[in-house]
Ligand binder design. Structure first.
Ligand code: 5AD
Ligand code: FES
Length: 344
């Protein structure tokens, strides 16, 4: 018979076993898992919470991911694209908030040429921001161009390490290709972010345990763990929403296993628990929040899933709200760039 404390010690000592992790994910003793995760977060990263402003600059997407509200075949959604200037201006407007990073995210939208992406990166970097790109699968050469223009981080989630489930959920895409992209990014010296969704159809606890082992193997610099929230305009619209407790356990175990990785409070989690979700995730291992700085008229249309948190708040309201939440649990807003290992 397994014992929770013994497993926690194993995980802390980098002894990872799928069945043991699955046992913990099913355990009723969440509190000891949460406590251990919080201790490890404190030991490796201290009390600082990094705020990274995200601009969702286009909701056009050429892919057809079954779970995603902005997938290309959804004809109900109103599409928008911000111009290069609008994107640069949005970053500029956020300067007073003192966020150290700007995350540029969009659907996979070929409207933006590499020249345009490089110009956006260059201009925003000049303002003193670190740039994270989250614009999907590109070639090695494209990633290299963005890197040379000044991008330093890239988010490319694989959503599940179950190859078959991945290939079902993402038509005309392949798990292998996805991981190859992540490896290319790593080779180019990016900090690489990945992540998964919990509650995907047919996903099992054992599969989530494998996801966590895969995180360790790939040594990601950032890992986002989100609940899957069914979108009514997709064919998965009738699915169930996963238990928040399970998401928190996945975050906590990921912290215990990966030690110093940046773990964001995901917006999907805040959406399911707008009252206390951010505080709760910060207390089970998370150390990053990504306030949305997209202009309100656009962010309402970036509907990956329904009822996204903070859709009507303008950026400066989010800043005040988040700072108060962070302070209320004895943590502080970081004033550095929040790279994983190095600081400048
Ligand atoms: N529920 C939760 N998260 C979703 N995403 C896309 N669709 C959903 C959904 N239905 C997330 C994925 C993707 C990111 C841009 O949004 O993690 O990588
Ligand atoms: Fe856009 Fe999946 S629908 S990346």
């Amino acid at each position: 018979m397994y014992n929770d404390l013994e497993i926690l010690n194993n995980l802390e000592n980098n002894i990872l076993n799928k069945d043991e992790i699955a046992f913990l994910l099913k355990s009723k003793n969440s509190d000891i898992i949460f406590k251990r995760a919080d201790e490890i977060r404190k030991k490796y990263l201290g009390e600082e919470v990094h705020l990274r402003g995200i601009i969702e600059f286009s909701n056009y997407c050429k892919r057809q991911c079954l779970y995603c509200g902005i997938q290309g075949q959804n004809s109900k959604i109103k599409r928008y694209r911000m111009s290069v200037n609008e994107i640069i201006e949005t970053a500029k407007t956020s300067l007073p908030f003192n966020y150290k990073t700007v995350v540029l995210q969009s659907g996979e939208d070929n409207y933006y040429t590499d020249d345009m992406i490089c110009e956006i990166v260059r201009e925003i970097k000049k303002m003193g921001f670190v740039i994270t790109l989250s614009i999907g699968e590109k070639t090695y050469e494209q990633y290299e161009r963005y890197k040379n223009a000044g991008a330093e981080r890239y988010l490319l989630k694989h959503e599940t390490s179950d190859t078959q489930l991945y290939n079902t959920l993402n038509p005309n895409m392949s798990f292998q290709k996805r991981i190859e992209c992540q490896k290319n990014l790593k080779k180019l010296g990016y900090e690489v972010g990945s992540g998964i969704m919990i509650g995907l159809p047919t996903q099992t606890i054992e599969s989530i345990a494998n996801d966590i082992i895969f995180f360790k193997k790939m040594d990601y610099d950032m890992i986002g763990i989100s609940p899957f929230i069914p979108h009514p305009d997709t064919i998965l619209g009738e699915s169930d929403i996963p238990a928040l407790e399970l998401i928190k356990k996945v975050v906590a175990i990921t912290r215990i296993v990966t030690k110093d990785t940046n773990l964001p409070v995901t917006t999907a989690f805040s959406t399911l628990n707008n009252a206390r979700g951010r505080e709760e995730m910060l207390q089970v291992g998370a150390n990053v929040i990504m306030p949305n700085i997209t202009p309100v008229k656009y962010k309402m249309k970036y509907e990956l899933y329904p009822d996204k948190a903070c859709l009507t708040e303008v950026a400066f309201q989010c800043k005040g709200c988040l700072e108060a939440r962070i302070k209320s649990i004895g943590r502080c807003v970081s004033t550095n760039y929040g790279f994983r290992n190095k600081e400048r």
